[in-house]
Write a protein that binds this ligand. Structure first.
Ligand code: HAM
Length: 420
């Protein structure tokens, strides 16, 4: 136990972290281009926020949250997603009084006690955005075009976009009546959880993964076919906008999404190449959430991309992650005097923005040169008593083997002027 990370968690080791750094850099560029500012929030929140925000009939709240009492007996939950926390912060920090829309992005870890499998973990990473204040479909189109741009920037080609409209509270109330009528004769065939959902949130039953429930709901009336005129106009606006940008999509009436806050637009980007957990990105509009969490009525929309799944997709397509390899110079030393000199020299080199290393393990000169090769050093220099006394040493190009005698005072200038 002591030397094993908890199930569903993963270390991101130095040999992998460059992939993450590359993606994070692309995220920062993308968000800058689309006008989103970064927000950083606590890993844990009051449990009530997720019960209210994500919805207490969802799988996430009913089965998957990491919830505990803190030492003051407050119920605390590790965030299972990012939206609820951003909404809390929007209200708490009075962002409604700033020019709208407020456009925020985040790179977070999230926690769900789920069955672990490829692409599904208990601690995972999300890049997400939330936009508050804009009600029309133009922003729906904008954020979908943002995801498209992101995928194409990363060279990803095989993810498909599925969209749906799940209506507003008005049309959903009418639809719920129809659904309840349809489900009532089949209550005995529904799982225990769905029986508890029947009264409070029958729509959630449509999303249940249990085979018995799926059999019952396969012929259930579709919400999409029962949305009101306003929602229908919004959905048409979304489809028009996507067509205008040449973004292809499929309408998938089965998308309900696993969180309760959605209204009108919902969408997912799915890959067929990474196994059962193929949804790389999920999102949608949540026009009632801010009010439900205690703010003034404010429309909102957002999405989140799972970074682990994104990397799986990129790897499945053989996409290369650029890697910054190697160091500028390795300073090898013979003797204590040289070691002291070298430490000062590499201190100066590093201050000048060059990457420099020296031996810290009392290696022989031969072993130091082997290590310099392993580090991918572009240049090396060997310092001994003689070099320090004469103030001269040989700067060696590690690739070509070519050596040039230089004045030690000029090392920094020379390295800065070589296009390494
Ligand atoms: P979500 O669909 O629950 O939506 O999660 C978004 C993405 O996070 C998924 O498409 C998937 O890539 C990744 N993900 C979810 N659970 C796991 C897991 N257990 N292991 C690995 N990856 C996972 C949300 O979280 C919403 N907050 C998105 C949103 C933002 N909607 C509006 N604004």
């Amino acid at each position: 136990m002591l030397t094993k990370s908890p199930r569903g968690t993963k270390d991101i080791l130095p040999s992998e972290v460059y992939k993450w750094q590359y993606i994070e850099k692309k995220i920062a560029e993308l968000c800058n281009n689309f006008g989103y500012s970064e927000i950083r929030l606590p890993v844990f929140e009051h449990t009530e926020l997720f019960q209210r925000g994500v919805g207490d009939t969802t799988d996430i709240v009913q089965k998957e949250m990491y919830t505990f009492l803190d030492k003051s007996e407050r119920s605390i939950t590790l965030r299972p997603e990012g939206t609820a926390g951003v909404v809390r912060s929007y209200i708490e920090n009075g962002m409604a009084s700033l020019p709208q829309p407020i456009k925020l992005f985040y790179n977070i870890t999230a926690y769900r006690y789920e069955k672990v499998q490829k692409g599904r973990y208990r601690e995972f990473h999300q890049f997400g955005i939330e936009a508050f204040g804009a009600a029309g479909p133009t922003i729906d189109v904008e954020i979908i075009s943002m995801i498209n741009t992101f995928f194409s920037e990363l060279g990803i080609g095989d993810v498909s976009l599925n969209i749906n409209s799940i209506g507003c509270p008005k049309c959903r109330a009418e639809y719920n009546d129809k659904l309840i009528k349809y489900l009532t004769p089949n209550l005995n065939s529904l799982c225990h959880t769905c029986n508890s959902r029947f009264e409070r949130n029958p729509l959630r039953i449509i999303d249940c993964k249990e085979e018995t429930c799926k059999k019952v709901t396969v012929d259930a009336p579709s919400l999409t076919d029962n949305i009101c005129e306003e929602c229908s106009i919004h959905f048409d606006g979304l489809k028009d906008g996507l067509a205008n940008l040449g973004i292809s999509y499929k309408v998938d009436k089965n998308i309900v999404r696993g969180l309760d806050y959605y209204t009108k637009t919902v969408f997912e980007f799915v890959s067929d190449n990474i196994g059962a957990q193929g949804t790389v990105c999920g999102g949608g509009r949540y026009d009632g959430l801010i009010e439900a969490c205690g703010g003034a009525p404010t429309p909102g929309i957002g999405f989140a991309i799972g970074i682990e799944r994104l990397i799986l997709v990129m790897e499945s397509q053989g996409i290369e992650f650029p890697k910054s390899e190697g160091i500028d110079i390795f300073v090898a030393t013979i003797g204590k005097k040289a070691e002291k000199y070298a430490q000062k020299l590499i201190y100066k080199l590093r201050k000048e923005g060059l990457s420099a290393q020296m031996d810290l393990m009392d290696r022989s000169l031969k072993a130091q040169m082997k290590y310099a090769n392993k580090l991918g050093a572009c240049y090396s220099i060997v310092l001994g008593d003689n070099e320090i006394d004469t103030n001269k040493a040989f700067l060696k190009n590690m690739d070509s083997g070519e050596q040039k005698e230089i004045n030690l005072d000029t090392v920094i200038d020379r390295l800065k002027n070589i296009d390494i």
